[in-house]
Design a protein around this ligand. Sequence first.
Ligand SMILES: [Zn+2]
Ligand SMILES: [Zn+2]
Length: 303
Amino acid sequence: MQVIFLGTSGGIPTARRSLPAIAIKRGGELILFDCGEGTQRQMILAKVGFCRKTRIFITHMHGDHVLGLPGLFQTMSLLDRTERLDIYGPTGIRNFVEAIRQTVRFTLTFPIAVHEIEEGIAYKNQEYEVYATWVDHSIPTLAYALVERERPGKFYPDKARKLGVPEGPLWAKLKQGEEIRLHNGRIIRPDEVVGPPRPGRKIAYSSDTKQTEAVVKLAEKADLLIHEATLDDKLKEKAEEEGHSTAGQAAETAAKAKAKRLFLFHISARYEDPSILLEQASKVFQHVQVAEDLMKVEVPYSE
Ligand SMILES: [Zn+2]
Ligand SMILES: [Zn+2]
């Protein structure tokens, strides 16, 4: 699983940073978190393609997080996308998508399914789920966690051989968690040859929010937490007033959640050099980086 930061600024774009959007490449699928203006151009630079299976999760209806959708629809249509596009977000996203469809003169070549969601499981399949939780911003705003299901435990061929299980279909059954019976009548349980289930990976994304326990809970033991850090700690009061977090607050949330890594995101245009944000955050949480546009981050399995 690979995370690509498409845009990392907040509010206003800068020469160096495009507006908020994150792409996650997982299997053949593309998962987008937010779609700020200019997302499509960043997608071209990141070479993620426009026609693959895609789900877009929008955090809230502020312009810097949604205004990339119209242009994206247009480009996808010009490239003859046929695959359905699924869009998830809080109340308002349906009207917005509908307004684009009604007023912008293009011919959509693919169906769009809009899902207005509340807190809870926004989407799930056999491999992962995306969980949404309300955070604390100036308008209703969701944060998301992509959580993979547990994987089967590790299979130990030596143990199987020692117990007299011949290689072949019986191994496959044990790997799938089924009990088997040998010719001599002996029953072998899967836990005799397979280790305990291994955790999947978890990525938590919280864009605009004040510091909140909701994100601590959402990001518990995440492999990666992407958290907004619009301002630095000296502007704590301003952050509070505007419904944003400081770098130090983002780091406190990561530490409390016992996340493995933290990326600071939604960086105010005032920080041409974001090193003050990194400095403040790393006093609280060691494994922190400032997200940069087009930065790619691999998220490996922990075991
Ligand atoms: Zn924002
Ligand atoms: Zn906002």
